[in-house]
Design a protein around this ligand. Structure first.
Ligand code: NI
Ligand code: MN
Length: 233
């Protein structure tokens, strides 16, 4: 498929990846997200990818996944959890594992964080994810601390885009996310997981200028904005 790939930022860590007929929703925290520019009922994705079970990532996944056609792809525990709550088509993968779906390839990566559902159910390890679609690879880091093995993630797959949390408090802050970008060596970094709530207010322009000093491209998107890349080989 030769059409462009569009990354639409829904606020916080919620994204849509649009390519051809595919509409892949990641960490759809919409309801209760103070910066969301869409409502959950406006979304009818083909797939939902979840990095972990926290409410600001699981979000509206169960509502959207149980009323629509979406296949939910996540870790084993999160997939079991949403399947038990109405998402009939839920695929549970393991960290380090990859699989080719109809739209492209999904590989789950480690993330240093935690994972539980809003009701307190423990949901195993959190993850990041590398999604390869239209010949491009996009890394969504989920919620994570900085870790040295990001060097491996960037060397296994050339990353066209890295979506990195920068909000501090729950995840990497600006300084650690700059080092993460140096480890990952992506063509483009887009920050996420900041400015949604008071404890994670940071200066994204400071992040962007620190990256540019190191020769790393960065695009700062406001919720509702998109970034489009041409399909790769
Ligand atoms: Ni979290
Ligand atoms: Mn989070």
């Amino acid at each position: 498929m030769s059409s462009d790939i569009t990354l639409a930022f829904l606020g916080h860590s919620a994204w849509r990846i649009l390519h051809g007929d595919y509409d892949i929703l990641i960490d759809p925290f919409i309801t209760g997200n103070p910066v969301a520019t869409v409502t959950a009922d406006q979304l009818d994705p083909t797939h939902i990818i979840l990095t972990h079970g926290h409410g600001d990532h699981l979000g509206d996944a169960i509502g959207i996944g149980s009323r629509g056609k979406a296949q939910v792809i996540s870790t084993f525990e999160v997939a079991n959890y949403v399947r038990g709550r109405g998402c009939a088509d839920a695929v549970g993968m393991g960290i380090g594992g990859a699989h080719n779906f109809n739209f492209g390839r999904v590989k789950f990566t480690i993330a240093h964080h935690s994972s539980s559902a809003p009701d307190g159910t423990y949901l195993g390890n959190p993850a990041g994810v590398v999604i390869t679609i239209g010949g491009r690879s996009i890394y969504h880091a989920g919620d994570t601390a900085l870790f040295l093995d990001m060097q491996l993630i960037g060397s296994r797959d050339h990353l066209d885009v890295a979506l990195l949390p920068i909000g501090d408090y729950f995840t990497m802050g600006v300084k650690d996310a700059v080092t993460a970008a140096e480890f990952l060596m992506p063509d483009l970094v887009i920050p996420m997981h900041y400015d949604t709530f008071p404890p994670i207010k940071v200066d994204a322009e400071d992040f962007r200028s620190r990256l540019e000093e190191k020769g790393i491209r960065c695009a700062v998107l406001r919720p509702g904005e998109s970034h489009t890349i041409p399909a790769g080989a």
